[in-house]
Write a protein that binds this ligand. Structure first.
Ligand SMILES: [Zn+2]
Length: 131
C-alpha cells in the first residue's frame, strides 16, 4: 500500500472519527448516496457509516482532501414510490392544468400560462378582437 493510501486507511475510525478508507478501498456493503440511488435505494434514516477520503489538488482550500460519505446497504430501504392516492391527486392536478377555463375541454396539453386558455379559444379571442 502506498503512503498516500495508508494516510486514509482507518477502518475503525480511531483517527478520523468515522471509519475511513482510501478511494476504491471501502468494503462493498458501504455505498455512497449516489450509488444507493442507482440501485433504487435510499439511506433510510441511518446516519453516515463511513467515508472515503482522497487527495484532490482542486480542493486545496479544504486541505486538499475530499470526502464521500458512505451508507450501509443492509440498512437501506427501497426508494419511496407514490401511493395510489398520491398518483390520483397528481393526475387530477395535471388534468386541471390541461383544462381550458373557457370551453371546459381537456386540451390535451398544459395550457400556456400567458394565455390561460386553450390555443383554439385564444385564437378565437384574437380573431374577435381583430374584427
Ligand atoms: Zn378553450
Amino acid at each position: 500500500m502506498s503512503r498516500i493510501r495508508a494516510r486514509f486507511w482507518d477502518p475503525t475510525g480511531r483517527h478520523y472519527g468515522l471509519p475511513t478508507w482510501p478511494w476504491r478501498m471501502a468494503p462493498p456493503h458501504l455505498l455512497t448516496r449516489r450509488q444507493l440511488t442507482a440501485a433504487g435505494l435510499r439511506p433510510g434514516g441511518q446516519g453516515v457509516q463511513g467515508q472515503v477520503l482522497w487527495a484532490s489538488r482542486r480542493y486545496r482550500a479544504r486541505g486538499g482532501v475530499r470526502a464521500a460519505y458512505l451508507y450501509d446497504v443492509r440498512f437501506a430501504l427501497p426508494k419511496r414510490t407514490a401511493t395510489v392516492r398520491q398518483r390520483a391527486a397528481l393526475a387530477k392536478a395535471n388534468a386541471a392544468r390541461r383544462t381550458c377555463p373557457h370551453c371546459q375541454r381537456d386540451a390535451g396539453y398544459v395550457l400556456p400560462r400567458h394565455l390561460g386558455l386553450c390555443l383554439d379559444c385564444a385564437d378565437r379571442r384574437e380573431m374577435e378582437r381583430a374584427a
